[in-house]
Write a protein that binds this ligand. Structure first.
Ligand code: MG
Length: 384
């Protein structure tokens, strides 16, 4: 049996993971779960999977959990360190699915403990950068990407050696505003931005997909994960989201991974790697699909992608600042305080004004993230 810890179990990746685990009860055991505050979901998951430990970020949620399961044999942890504590308990695989830079400490804790990671939290890699992967490599900890594009590239890289790779192709859906005008995007409401055409994802990821800041974060993630220069990572829109990404080799071959847009495939592979198990997702029907369409990204509508490239080229705290500014801007957009097109504008301002202020080693990253978020929040306040 392979033991699993899921960090961020109540989110959409967590839910895909639970569906996958239900198909493979004879292969996996769900040992630990961590979540923010959804104690009702935690009760259900514990009852179904019999987890040994449950960690809540919110201590009131932990109290509610214990009150409703007074005889639970599960250990209950609470507070901001709960996810990291569970991440460092020895298991076969930790699924890191907490959203945003808040996921960094638990990813670091899992690596320090030598736990293999199925990485769904792209922001932790964007903030930790290459040193995070170097640490993982030095500890012999495999980091298996769960982001669908990176899972695709990871799989396509099995077709050749790194020396044979010429470039990576990261695909994007284009999100809900692919065919909208800039004017329509300026007036876009959170409801419109949350209507993603293909993928069902969490709140932040969905807004990020509407601005393509998500693709910017993924570009940075891919550069680190696969040791590839920004200039060798192309981004192309595939509106149906069936081609999840591709790798171009020096002999002219392009190796792509295709499938239905359903996260159970990438989550399942992240958990079961190097094996492939049934995910519950049907194979793609190419005859039903008929055609594969592609479009280039309009840089005027989606400036976030170019800003991510600049942040990556600048190096240092560029990626961390890009992420912090985006997190602050997305929150402001969701609460109706900022227009959609002002998200990239805030990222640009913060990159210009904040560069070089947030540098340090890996252990400093959580503090640097907090300081960068404060800085970006102040920049936003200064604008309005
Ligand atoms: Mg993705």
């Amino acid at each position: 049996m392979l033991s699993v810890t899921i960090l961020g179990v109540s989110g959409s990746i967590g839910s895909s993971a639970l569906q996958f685990l239900r198909l493979h009860r004879d292969t996996f055991t769900l040992k630990n779960i961590a979540l923010r505050n959804d104690w009702r979901s935690a009760l259900d998951i514990r009852a179904e999977f019999g987890c040994q430990a449950v960690g809540f970020e919110d201590s009131r949620a932990a109290e509610m959990f214990v009150r409703h399961a007074p005889n639970t044999r599960s250990r209950v942890l609470s507070g901001p360190e709960a996810a990291s504590e569970l991440a460092s308990e020895p298991v076969d695989v930790v699924l890191a699915a907490i959203s945003g830079s808040a996921g960094f400490p638990s990813v670091l804790a899992a690596i320090m403990a030598g736990n293999r990671i199925a990485l769904a939290n792209k922001e932790s890699l964007v903030c930790g950068g290459a040193p995070l992967l170097e640490l993982a490599a030095s500890k012999g900890v495999p980091v298996i990407p769960v982001d669908s594009e990176h899972s695709a590239i990871f799989q396509c890289l099995l077709a050749g050696t790194r020396q044979e790779v010429v470039s990576l192709l990261l695909t994007a859906s284009g999100g809900p505003f692919r065919t909208a005008s800039i004017e329509q995007m300026r007036r876009a409401t959170p409801e419109q931005a949350l209507a993603h055409p293909n993928w069902r994802m969490g709140l932040k990821n969905t807004i990020d997909s509407a601005t393509l800041a998500n693709k910017g974060l993924e570009l940075i993630e891919a550069a680190y994960l696969f040791g590839c220069d920004e200039g060798k990572i192309d981004v192309l829109i595939n509106p149906t989201s069936v081609m999840h990404s591709a790798v171009c080799y020096r002999d002219g071959s392009m190796v792509a991974q295709l499938g239905r847009p359903d996260m159970r495939v990438a989550v399942g592979y992240g958990l079961s790697w190097p094996a492939r198990l049934e995910s519950g997702v049907e194979a793609l029907s190419l005859s039903e699909l008929g055609a594969l369409a592609f479009e280039t990204v309009d840089p005027d509508k989606f400036p976030s992608l170019g800003l991510a490239r600049s942040a990556l080229r600048a190096g240092g705290d560029g990626p961390l600042l890009f992420n912090a500014a985006n997190e602050i801007a997305v929150k402001a957009f969701i609460s109706g305080k900022l227009g959609l097109m002002r998200i990239p504008a805030l990222i640009e301002t913060c990159l210009e004004r904040g560069a070089g202020r947030f540098t340090g080693g890996l252990p400093d990253v959580p503090v640097l993230c907090r300081e960068a978020l404060d800085f970006c929040r102040a920049e936003l306040a200064g604008q309005s």
